[in-house]
Design a protein around this ligand. Sequence first.
Ligand code: NI
Length: 177
Amino acid sequence: MALRNILKDTDEQLRKKSREVTEYNKRIHTLLDDMRETLIEADGVGLAAPQVGVLRRVVIVMDTSKEDLTPEEQIIELINPEIIEEEGEQYGTEGCLSVPGVYGYVTRPMKVTVKAFDRNGKQFEVTGEGLTARAFCHEIDHLEGQLFTDITDHILTPEELEELRAGDEYDDDGEDA
Ligand code: NI
């Protein structure tokens, strides 16, 4: 395993559409292993392959609602993910490992169900609520070359950011994905 460099928002790679994975080979396994290590090191809640410069439809998301699991165990690997069901709405702050220090309000579904393939090509469905639903949406947007800064209706001011940081231990707002 190796840490990969996380591209920043000025990088053109982040604006491209990622291609489907067709072969579940060692290259994809290595990519996933490296992404896991990179996400944990960066202390984020999600990471998409284009963020490490690989234009493939591969994302990982941490299900932080599973509090009894270690961060490593919370990671869900999703290949060729597709949202098949959405429910409700949430309005809250969002950040991105590719846009460090910037947070903005984004409306997302409260609950989403995603269809995806695991690293061995086996199809599965997973449902996430709250922050996990937000992270699924955020990561899948990355595969389309979209960043949260494109869809936010308000970027936090330095004062608002300070307030958010002060309340960080009590809520899920302001996580990087
Ligand atoms: Ni992101």
